[in-house]
Design a protein around this ligand. Structure first.
Ligand SMILES: Nc1ncnc2c1ncn2[C@@H]1O[C@H](COP(=O)(O)OP(=O)(O)OP(=O)(O)O)[C@@H](O)[C@H]1O
Length: 391
């Protein structure tokens, strides 16, 4: 069992290479000679070998004047018949992966764990990886468009609802205008879907108000953390396209104020919400200091990154380079106290609906936009998102 979740070898779709490091070393040396990577008679000299579970990395001293050569990576990949990554930082690094990951891992093929709040997030060379939201409450997900962010959010959402249909409550902030998640508002576990700045602010104000009320309740009952209490309920806030919530990206003062309030609520959720059972999953295309709020980044103890345009963006997302090299949709780096490369589960809307349709209810909104949430709380009036089941 890893701390990041659990890894199991059962049903693994990964192709394993037995891997003979000595033969890899010999082949790399021959490739250097054949492509004339060197200066006169002086060839790169192996300094050290770093062995990790999923790769072996050979570090070479190269003669002055020699830097990396773009043809090395494709040639070595073909010669060794394994994924190879070559980079140069004054020394030449040849990283040879010990396994190839599949390009598609259907959600249905992933075993479910007993832990209620552990959602599958992919497969590595060692097996399946799960993110347990009771161990690591908040998560950021970064990635360029079309590389798998929304699919990952949907995977996590499906898994949480399937495992905890009576205990999970989900607020969704879909800043793609509600296009990705709008239809899921019909699920009984989804409290509401916000699809613009105004709605996002209302939604986050509502969550922040609940959180403060829960805090008073926790104090009164002497609970220090939801996981040590009898409370089963967990509240998730899913944000798709969090960059749209960055105040810095807007010029209009009124809009800026609303967004600043959203950022402050997001920070509050990550700062104090974790112990109370609130979990934030913050997805963004452009991880920068402005779009990934500092408090959110600091408090997300799990970070996933799909492909990103630059190594700088990768640094912001997962504190290291590498996401800029990810080549296929669904391939991601997952950072906790270490970083692993994984292929994320694949689920489409049809399958998601098929699994969740039993939770579809007819909702009748009892509080309209603009109603005063605090007033509603004081008088115990039913809140927005409350519903009646018909039929
Ligand atoms: N885990 C995965 N495995 C294989 N293919 C995937 C995976 N995730 C996504 N894809 C492919 O990439 C496409 C885009 O994925 P997704 O909608 O999640 O992207 P996105 O990053 O949210 O992009 P956008 O911001 O444009 O919505 C999917 O329709 C699917 O074809």
């Amino acid at each position: 069992m890893w701390e990041i979740g659990a890894v199991t070898l059962a049903g693994m779709a990964t192709v394993w290479f037995a891997g003979n490091p000595d033969s890899d070393k010999r082949k790399i040396k021959k490739v250097f000679a054949n492509v004339r990577y060197g200066v006169k008679d002086y060839q790169p000299k192996l300094l050290r070998t770093i062995r990790k579970t999923t790769f072996a990395e050979y570090v070479y001293n190269v003669p002055y004047g020699l830097i990396d050569d773009p043809k090395l990576e494709p040639i070595l990949t073909k010669t060794l018949d394994k994924p190879v990554h070559v980079y140069f930082d004054g020394k030449l690094h040849v990283r040879v992966y010990t396994s190839t990951l599949p390009t598609s891992v259907p959600y249905a093929t992933i075993p479910k764990l007993a832990e209620s709040w552990a959602a599958p997030i992919g497969i590595t060379g060692e097996g399946y990886v799960y993110h347990d939201f009771d161990k690591r409450p908040h998560m950021s997900i970064a990635g360029m468009t079309r590389y798998g962010k929304s699919v990952m959010l949907k995977t996590i959402m499906t898994s949480l609802i399937e495992k905890n249909p009576e205990d999970v409550r989900i607020y969704i902030i879909d800043m793609k205008g509600g296009l990705e998640f709008g239809e899921y508002e019909a699920l009984k576990q989804v409290v509401r879907v916000a699809s613009n700045t105004e709605e996002a602010k209302e939604c986050l104000d509502e969550v922040a108000a609940e959180l403060r009320k829960d805090m008073i309740d926790f104090r009164r009952k002497g609970y220090n953390n939801v996981i040590n209490s009898p409370i089963k309920k967990r509240t998730f806030v899913l944000v798709d396209e969090g960059a749209q919530l960055a105040p810095e990206t807007h010029h209009n003062k009124k809009e800026k104020r609303k967004l600043a309030s959203c950022h402050s609520a997001l920070s509050e959720i990550t700062r104090i919400g974790g112990a109370l059972g609130y979990r934030l999953i913050f997805g963004t295309q452009y991880p920068t200091a402005d779009t990934l709020p500092r408090q959110v980044k600091q408090n997300c103890d799990g970070a996933i990154s799909f492909r990103l345009p630059t190594d700088t963006a990768s640094q912001v997302a997962i504190d290291q380079n590498g996401a800029e090299k990810l080549a296929v949709p669904g391939r991601a780096l997952y950072r906790t106290d270490k970083v692993v490369e994984l292929q994320a589960p694949l689920i489409d809307d049809a399958e998601m609906w098929n699994r969740l349709k039993r939770y579809k209810v007819n909702k009748r909104e009892v509080i309209r936009n603009g109603d005063n949430v605090n007033q509603a709380r004081k008088t115990d009036t039913p809140r927005r998102g409350d519903y009646i089941e018909i039929g």
